[in-house]
Design a protein around this ligand. Sequence first.
Ligand code: NAI
Ligand code: A1CAB
Length: 279
Amino acid sequence: MPAADLTRAALSAARVWLVGGGKMGGALLTGWLDHGVAPDNVTVIDPGLDQGPHGVRLAADPAAPLAEGPAPDVLLLAVKPQVMDSVLPAYRALGGGPTVVLSVAAGRLIAGFETAFGPGTPVVRSIPNTPAAVHRGMTVACANGHVTDTARATCEALLGAVGDIAWVTDEALIDAVTAVSGSGPAYVFWLTECMTQAGIDGGLPADLAARIARATVCGAGALMDASPEDPATLRRNVTSPNGTTAAALEVLMQESGGLGPLMSRAVAAATQRSQDLAG
Ligand SMILES: NC(=O)C1=CN([C@@H]2O[C@H](COP(=O)(O)OP(=O)(O)OC[C@H]3O[C@@H](n4cnc5c(N)ncnc54)[C@H](O)[C@@H]3O)[C@@H](O)[C@H]2O)C=CC1
Ligand SMILES: O=C(O)[C@@H]1CCC=N1
């Protein structure tokens, strides 16, 4: 069967329990339902939700799903890292395989899930991002030695249904991944907010400043997506010698150390926080 058909088959057959239907879990769910996951194969377990998308089973805790079955192919953990330890014991019965424990939690180590679910449990630690809701997510994942090819293909189909996916074998890389692509959308939104404020400071009406800042960030992203050129070439294409962009970039690159080192410090701080969340 061609790979695309295999992916579609894996998606339509995958039984998923989503533990935590908040911002990240909800973004994944929206993307899945738009891209071939069957609603009646999805159970969302979240005490904070009183309704979910049409056709999806909703539960406040795992008691009813565990009693009613069937066990999921994938148990996707999308609760905050800080509550993970209190959430896991209720799902212990799913440990030992074949259910794959698929975490999207920042910081939480594969070893911690192996301990919580017992020997032989297939575990995938991943970091997606919220553009998954519009099929533009970026996920990086790392599997333990109990993840079979079939289980890996199911995880790849689920995470790949909402955007791009890359696998790494070195789990330690996931902290820096979290800092770049997991948290990264927030940096871009903050840049947009800063551009808006800069426009207002420059005398623009607030609604016009917000409109042109947003359109510029979205337009630049779309151009970068569509173009074969690298970002540095695209930047140079905007920058006339001795022109307006050059004047701005001199500030961004030189003043107070420049944006590059500042971004590196921001990513280092997020990486450190991810390491700290390991507990
Ligand atoms: N928001 C983001 O951009 C990203 C988040 N993540 C990870 O995703 C996870 C969730 O983060 P968010 O969605 O941002 O948080 P959130 O607070 O929006 O969602 C967490 C959800 O968990 C639910 N919850 C709390 N206790 C529960 C329990 N015992 N059982 C089931 N559900 C329970 C809450 O009601 C809430 O809906 C975190 O571990 C975070 O590190 C990973 C990548 C990106
Ligand atoms: O801020 C956080 O901890 C989560 C993980 C990556 C994005 N949001």
